[in-house]
Write a protein that binds this ligand. Structure first.
Ligand SMILES: [Zn+2]
Length: 400
C-alpha cells in the first residue's frame, strides 16, 4: 500500500502499558499495520487527518499471547474452520497471537491434528476479519504421567519412545513449538534432549516428578511448567515435589490458570511472590466452551460440559477453563492482587520471552506491529486491533 493512503489512527490520552513502562497519559499513533510513535500525550503530535480515538480513562496494552488453549466460543481445533472460529472468539477478547494446544489422543489422530493445525487458517475464507497469528503449536502430551492425567484419558498416554518427537515435528510442518511432558517417565530425559534438537521448548506438566527429578530435568533443558499445581505433584514440607522445584528455580517460567477454580487466590499470590513479575505467564487453557454460558462439547474423545462455571469431564475433573485472556488478566488484578502492569506483562511480554520473540512481540514500541488491546476501567475489552485492523465483535455459536 502507498504510504500516503495508509490509515492513521491516534489513540489519545490513554494509560499506556508497554509493559516495560507505564505512561499515565499517553498517545499512540498507528499507521497502517504498525505503530508509528507513542509517548506522553504532551510530546506526541497527532498527524493531520488522523482518525482520533479518545482513550481517556482507558488502558492500552500489547495484544495478549496465549500459549495454552484448546478452543473457544464453541469451537475446537479439530478442523480448520474450528481453528478460525475459536481464534475469532479469542481475538475479540484481546488475544493477538497464540499456540493452539493439542491433547493426547491416538498417534494417528495426533499426527493428523498436527498436520492440520500446522497449515493454519483455511485459505478460502470470505471473512476478512483479522485473526490472531499462530506462532506455533503446543502439544500437551502424550508422554504424561497417568497418575497426574487430569481430565485426559489414561489410554491415550504413552511412555517416551525415541523418534516420535521427530515424527510429530515433521507432521506439524515445523510448527510444533512447545511440548508438555512428564520428565520422570522412563526415557523422559532423552525426550527433553530430543525436543531441544528440533527447537521445541520442553515444559514440565501432568507430572509426578519429585523435587529432585524436576531439578534434574530443568538442568538439562526444561524451561517452563504447564498449569502450575494442576495435574502435578504438590508441596509437602518433607517431599516438596516438582511444583516447588519450578517455583524456586529462577530460570523456569510457570503458567497459571487464574479462573478462581484451578488455583486459590492465595496460591496465585504465593506464585507471584516467588516468581516475581518476569517468570509468571497467564494462560487460558481454554476449553472449546470458553465464552459460553452453558453447553457441552467433545475434547480429546471425552464429553466436557459446563457445570457451576467450570468445564468438567464426566468424572468431574476440570477439563480446561472457560477463560479468555482478558478475563485471566482481570481476575489476576481484581482477585489475586497482582498489579495491572505486572499482570499485563504476564499476558504479553513474558510469553513472548519464553518463545524468544520479545524483540518483535509482547511490547508496544515505535516500529512494532499494531497488536493492541484497549480495556475500560473495569478491565473489560473495549477494542482489539491486530496489525492495525480492528477485530469485530464475536457472535457465539451454540455448542452441541
Ligand atoms: Zn491444556
Amino acid at each position: 500500500m502507498d504510504k500516503k493512503t495508509k490509515t492513521i489512527r491516534a489513540f489519545t490520552h490513554g494509560r499506556i502499558i508497554t509493559p516495560e513502562k507505564e505512561i499515565p497519559d499517553g498517545t499512540l499513533i498507528v499507521a497502517g499495520r504498525g505503530i508509528q510513535s507513542l509517548g506522553r500525550s504532551s510530546d506526541i503530535r497527532v498527524p493531520d487527518g488522523a482518525e482520533v480515538i479518545e482513550c481517556t480513562g482507558k488502558i492500552l496494552t500489547p495484544g495478549f499471547i496465549d500459549i495454552h488453549l484448546h478452543g473457544g466460543g464453541g469451537y475446537d481445533f479439530s478442523d480448520a474452520e474450528g481453528l478460525a472460529g475459536a481464534a475469532r472468539f479469542h481475538a475479540s477478547q484481546g488475544t493477538t497471537a497464540m499456540l493452539p494446544t493439542l491433547c493426547p489422543e491416538s498417534l494417528p489422530k495426533i499426527r493428523t491434528n498436527l498436520a492440520l493445525l500446522g497449515k493454519g487458517y483455511p485459505q478460502n475464507t470470505d471473512d476478512e476479519s483479522p485473526l490472531p497469528e499462530i506462532i506455533g503449536l503446543h502439544l500437551e502430551g502424550p508422554f504424561l504421567n497417568p497418575k497426574r492425567r487430569g481430565a485426559f484419558d489414561a489410554g491415550s498416554l504413552l511412555l517416551p519412545r525415541s523418534g516420535l518427537i521427530r515424527e510429530f515435528f515433521e507432521a506439524s510442518g515445523g510448527a510444533l513449538r512447545l511440548m508438555t511432558l512428564a520428565p520422570e517417565l522412563d526415557g523422559g530425559m532423552a525426550l527433553i534432549r530430543e525436543a531441544k534438537e528440533f527447537g521445541i521448548i520442553p515444559c514440565l506438566g501432568h507430572s509426578d516428578a519429585t523435587y529432585e527429578q524436576a531439578a534434574a530435568a530443568f538442568h538439562i533443558g526444561i524451561r517452563h511448567a504447564t498449569h502450575l499445581f494442576n495435574a502435578m505433584r504438590g508441596f509437602h514440607h518433607r517431599a516438596p515435589g516438582c511444583a516447588l522445584s519450578a517455583l524456586l528455580d529462577p530460570e523456569i517460567s510457570v503458567e497459571v490458570v487464574v479462573d478462581g477454580h484451578h488455583l486459590h487466590e492465595a496460591a496465585v499470590e504465593m506464585v507471584y511472590r516467588l516468581k516475581g513479575r518476569d517468570k509468571m505467564i497467564l494462560v487460558t487453557d481454554a476449553a472449546p466452551l470458553s465464552g459460553l454460558q452453558s453447553g457441552s462439547c467433545m475434547l480429546a474423545g471425552q464429553r466436557v460440559e459446563i457445570r457451576g462455571e467450570k468445564a468438567l469431564n464426566q468424572e468431574g475433573n476440570l477439563a480446561g477453563s472457560l477463560l479468555s485472556m482478558a478475563e485471566a488478566l482481570r481476575l489476576s488484578v481484581q482477585r489475586a492482587g497482582i498489579s495491572l502492569v505486572d499482570a499485563a506483562r504476564m499476558a504479553t511480554l513474558n510469553p513472548a520471552q519464553l518463545l524468544g520473540l520479545s524483540d518483535i512481540r509482547g511490547r508496544l514500541f515505535a516500529g512494532g506491529e499494531a497488536d493492541l488491546v484497549i480495556l475500560n476501567e473495569s478491565l473489560k475489552v473495549d477494542a482489539v486491533y491486530i496489525g492495525g485492523r480492528q477485530v469485530p465483535e464475536f457472535k457465539n455459536r451454540a455448542a452441541d
